[in-house]
Write a protein that binds this ligand. Structure first.
Ligand SMILES: *[C@@H]1O[C@H](CO)[C@@H](O)[C@H](O)[C@H]1NC(C)=O
Ligand SMILES: *[C@@H]1O[C@H](CO)[C@@H](O)[C@H](O)[C@H]1NC(C)=O
Ligand SMILES: *[C@@H]1O[C@H](CO)[C@@H](O)[C@H](O)[C@H]1NC(C)=O
Length: 196
């Protein structure tokens, strides 16, 4: 108990010292640590569709990059890496309003179950989020009807964002599939960070 109490005291003294130094640093104009106000946090929900072409499709937007020594004999294609630059649309039809691209890597990363590790960026060039990006990570067990992915962050209106995305397959055709992303993410009412 005595040890815990003394750690408490040391931490309190450290914090007091640091905040004193901080005030001093501000006066000196060499900010040690600046604090900002982000505005009110909101959670927004929006749905976009991704036109995912197979590697054999005419004018494909997906290419296989590499594979591992085990990939050819692995039941799950372990180690295969694919890069994509897929069209993002407002509706499931590929001719619906173009909103941007979904760009990044898909890696077969499960030795026993069909699943990929995704590392993807939504790059919006039209619509309400034009100019912003939203980064998606996670494990996609694509045989499931619904796959939950992580919204890890973003740029522009999505600075400091976090949340999740539910991915579903909306349609499949010859060498192509349409993916439905239902995204829930935080945003902040202040678009620029304001120093307190
Ligand atoms: C689909 O892929 C096959 C090869 O697997 C190719 O011969 C065919 O042209 C492709 N069709 C379309 C519509 O992309
Ligand atoms: C493929 O791209 C070429 C050049 O942009 C275009 O003329 C052609 O219509 C496209 N074909 C398909 C099936 O998208
Ligand atoms: C595809 O998306 C459209 C538009 O939201 C919806 O009406 C349709 O039911 C979806 N189809 C599937 C198979 O999810």
């Amino acid at each position: 108990m005595a040890k815990v109490a003394s750690i408490d005291v040391i931490l309190t003294i450290w914090c007091l010292l640091m905040s004193t130094l901080n005030v001093y640093a501000r006066k000196e104009g060499t900010d040690f640590c600046r604090r900002f106000y982000l505005g009110t946090q909101e959670v927004v929900n929006f749905r976009v569709f991704v036109q995912d072409l197979g590697v054999n499709a005419v004018n494909t937007t997906t290419y296989d990059v590499a594979q591992a020594s085990i990939s050819a004999t692995s039941p799950t294609g372990f180690g295969k890496v694919r890069v994509i630059d897929d069209l993002v649309t407002a509706g499931p039809d590929s001719n619906s309003e173009a909103l941007g691209r979904l760009q990044g890597l898909l890696t077969r990363a499960d030795l026993t179950t069909l699943a990929i590790a995704v590392n993807l960026n939504f790059y919006f060039s039209a619509g309400p989020y034009a100019g912003s990006t939203l980064s998606i990570l996670g494990r996609n067990q694509f045989a499931l009807a619904e796959r939950e992915l992580v919204v890890a962050g973003g740029t522009g209106v999505f600075r400091f964002a976090r949340g999740y995305a539910i991915q579903k397959t909306n349609a499949t055709g010859t060498n192509r599939s349409v993916l439905d992303y239902d995204i829930y993410t935080t945003t902040y009412t202040a678009t620029t960070i304001n120093q307190i």
